[in-house]
Design a protein around this ligand. Structure first.
Ligand SMILES: [Zn+2]
Length: 402
């Protein structure tokens, strides 16, 4: 069985070992060593990677008592090998993991909230709490965790051979189903819990702890957090983002939110004023359309293309022309596309049937039924001529109504 070097010394970045097994697996090989500092995928966090001799370690997993290193080339059994971890990756994960211990302790100490889940990815980590915590509460957890980190308390791992040896140790969390020997990780002066993973040696090595999101999750909270260089990178990105917003508004960073709120209000006021202006304009436009309506056997026919009119305005415009027997077909030409709307009053033809002719003529799509139909198409060359020929068609429809 492999001696697990990471259990008692988390800072082993390189070590010598002997290959005890090597078997092909997929495109690579599974290698076992007599001793290893490679931590496997376990406890919600990713494994170490690195090298064994001249082979690259891309994955590490446990299979029962076995510690299997996935490598990209075969290694002779019995060979003495020098092994090296990607220690920047290992240290970053240890910062997040130890940060999780500290944040969990603070949530428990301040609010009695238990950590019920942990996941560490290569760019972020989450911890789940079993009860809701307010925004102010999350800030309090963050503040206390950072104060405890600054105290630079020792983080130690101790292995207890029997359950009886554990009696009297005030554990925050005792993972269920564990059998002795049990490994307890203690943060001097505050936390103690069962854990199998490597940790930094002192809380100061965690660096800054920042909860960047806390959302309701399964009756409790899911907190996304960043420690060490991840927290610094986040602060740098946030600073750049807020600076870019402030620059756009020619103001300082602390005035950026006020400037955005002011512009949002101005935009809302402008939209309202524009709606009012469109309503006044549409009243005038509807009268102009009604004035040019063609009388076809007692029905008013209007077929018109309108430039730069928002398609949403077509319905109001058409309905303003619906007095007596009427058929109004309006096109909105916004450059690249055309939208169209057919409305009728007191005539037999169904708009769902008539729109089919428009769809065919413009290679568009649309539908409707009864007295209303609408559709749209990509604008093609000869659009206005097509509108004219459609007008001829609608005139014929009205002439043949009985
Ligand atoms: Zn741990």
């Amino acid at each position: 069985m492999t001696e697990r070097l990471y259990l008692l010394d988390s800072m082993t970045a390189a070590f010598d070992a002997t290959v005890t097994a090597c078997e092909p697996k997929g495109d690579g090989y599974l290698v076992e060593l007599d001793r290893s500092a490679f931590f496997p995928n376990k406890g919600g966090q990713p494994c170490d990677v690195g090298t064994i001799g001249d082979a690259n370690v891309t994955d590490v997993n446990e299979q029962g008592d076995r510690l299997l290193h996935t490598v990209d080339r075969a290694l002779p059994v019995g060979a003495a090998v020098h092994c090296a971890l990607d220690f920047a990756r290992r240290f970053d994960i240890m910062q997040q993991h130890t940060g999780e211990h500290l944040l969990s302790y603070c949530a428990w100490h301040l609010f009695g909230a238990q950590n019920v889940g942990f996941h560490c990815a290569l760019t972020y980590a989450t911890l789940d709490l079993d009860k809701p915590v307010s925004h102010e509460g999350i800030t309090a957890i963050e503040d206390l965790a950072n104060r405890l980190a600054a105290e630079n308390a020792a983080v130690t791992a101790t292995i207890y051979e029997t359950e009886a040896d554990l009696a009297g140790i005030p554990l925050r969390k005792h993972a269920e189903g564990l059998t002795a020997p049990i490994r307890i990780v203690t943060i001097e002066g505050s936390d103690a819990c069962t854990c199998c993973a490597p940790h930094v040696r002192r809380t100061g090595e965690i660096g800054q702890l920042k909860i960047v999101e806390a959302l309701p999750y399964k009756g409790g909270m899911r907190c996304t957090f960043l420690c060490g260089m991840r927290a610094l990178a986040h602060a740098q990105t946030m600073q750049d983002t807020v600076s870019a917003i402030a620059l756009r508004f020619s103001t300082s960073r602390d005035q950026a939110e006020t400037a955005v709120a002011k512009q949002a209000q101005e935009l809302s006021d402008t939209k309202r004023a524009l709606r009012q202006a469109h309503a006044a304009l549409d009243e005038y436009l509807a009268k102009a359309l009604a004035a040019e309506a063609e009388d076809v056997k007692g029905a008013k026919l209007i077929v018109r293309s309108l430039e730069s009119v928002d398609p949403k305005r077509l319905r109001g415009l058409a309905s303003a022309t619906m007095q007596g027997k009427a058929l109004t077909v309006l096109f909105s030409d916004t450059g690249e596309r055309v939208s169209y709307l057919l409305a009728s009053n007191g005539i037999k033809a169904d708009m769902g049937t008539l729109i089919a002719a428009v769809n065919t003529a413009l290679s568009g799509s649309g539908g409707g039924r009864g007295t209303l139909a609408q559709g749209s198409a990509k604008k093609a060359a000869g659009f206005l001529e097509t509108v004219e020929s459609l007008k001829t068609y609608f005139r014929t429809v009205l002439q043949h109504e009985k």
